[in-house]
Design a protein around this ligand. Structure first.
Ligand code: TPP
Length: 370
């Protein structure tokens, strides 16, 4: 079912190409689907919490779930992920605790970053998941550098950088791609082409026919996969990671997808794209497609779907409740975390601040408990 130059394994009706289908165990397929749904349900809840004033900001990824889950499933534990800010499905697939993820949105004392990180900018050392980059594309050279270090050390690991179509116009993309090509670093460049960089459409981003073809100029392979097809994303990423691990150098993957929702909770996409355009992509929904595929394989049913939705809804509600109970981070850490020993000036400032008794906790949390 490879259409023109686009790798597709599952079609919109769930039928699939058994010749291209990666033979994944049922347990992996079901875990993949569960994570797709988890990201979707979490997204909706987080956006609504933002609208209620319980959290400040959120970056949704509706429509891009298969890009995240399919690619992360194809990596090994020791591989390093360098995400942008729209990769919750990768962190969850890697095993990031949901509570820690939600606590980051609340920036309270359960948040390991103590409220000093942007929302959605997860990072966790134990799962080799680097803190997300907010400046567009800076994670690309970081991933290449880490891959180069691994190559020099003789470690058989791969690094994967996620970025959007907008990032391909930035200098970090050029720097990273060029270096990776010259030094044959074990890097997978995973471009989620979601058609927009905030309000800028792809047609204004590049005059190139595809983003994948940009790899040619750097001397390595670029491939295109249907980003709404979990199996196509998995297969493309697995092939690129296997090649990199075997010393074959980097690959650029262009995963063709669509951002169904706003760029962030501060964006209104109706100002720059039509309802008809969005409706056209709704047909290609990555969750629907995977669900129909699993049904055809005899692995899924309407009852299982209802049970899963209920389970995830309850899990998220319970986690939010628990996170909301936590107080703000200890205010003195603003001062004590700066240097190993508190300087006299910081000590004076801290004492004055503590005397003022100021503690911030959104009023809405106590006025309207969940
Ligand atoms: C260097 C830099 N320039 C501009 C911005 C503002 N900005 C934030 S997200 C974004 C669009 C990025 O689009 P893309 O790379 O396609 O990723 P997407 O958000 O679609 O996933 C821009 C311009 C930024 N964060 N960093």
């Amino acid at each position: 079912m490879a259409k023109e130059d686009l790798l597709q394994i599952i079609d919109v009706d769930g039928t699939y190409d058994s010749k291209l289908e990666p033979k994944l165990p049922a347990e992996t397929l079901l875990r993949g689907y569960r994570n797709l749904v988890l990201v979707r349900v979490l997204d909706a809840r987080m956006l609504s919490l933002q609208r209620q004033g319980r959290i400040g900001f959120y970056v949704p990824s509706e429509g891009e779930e298969a890009c995240q889950v399919g690619s992360t499933l194809a990596l090994n534990k020791e591989d390093w992920i360098f995400p942008a800010y729209r990769e919750p499905g990768c962190a969850l697939t890697r095993g990031l605790d949901l509570k820690l993820m939600i606590a980051l949105e609340y920036a309270n004392s359960l948040d390991v970053n103590k409220g000093r990180q942007m929302p959605n900018h997860f990072g966790w050392r134990s799962i080799n998941f680097v803190s997300a980059s907010s400046p567009v594309g800076t994670q690309i050279p970081h991933a290449v550098g880490t891959a180069w270090a691994a190559k020099i050390r003789g470690e058989a690991l791969v690094t994967l950088a996620y970025f959007g179509d907008g990032a391909t116009s930035g200098n970090d993309f050029h720097v990273g791609m060029n270096f990776a090509g010259v030094f044959k670093t074990p890097t997978v460049f995973f471009c989620k082409n979601n058609q927009y960089a905030i309000s800028l459409p792809l047609s204004r981003q590049t005059a190139a026919k595809t983003l994948a073809q940009k790899a040619q100029a750097y001397g390595f392979e670029g491939v295109r996969a249907d980003g709404n097809d979990l199996l196509a994303v998995y297969a493309a990423t697995k092939a690129a990671a296997d090649k990199a691990r075997a010393g074959g150098g980097p690959t650029l993957i262009e995963a063709v997808t669509y951002r169904m929702g706003p760029h962030s909770s501060s964006d209104d996409p109706t100002r720059y794209r039509s309802a008809a355009e969005v409706a056209g992509w709704t047909r290609k929904d990555p969750l629907e497609r995977m669900r129909k595929y699993l049904e055809l394989k005899g692995l899924w049913s309407a009852e299982k779907e209802t049970a899963l939705r209920q389970e995830l809804d309850a899990l998220i509600t319970d986690t939010i409740r628990e996170v909301e109970k936590a107080p703000p981070p200890a205010i003195e850490t603003l001062f004590t975390d700066v240097f190993e020993d508190l300087t006299p000036v910081l000590k004076e400032e801290m004492e004055a601040y503590l005397k003022s008794g100021e503690r911030r906790r959104p009023e809405v949390l106590d006025k309207f408990p969940l």
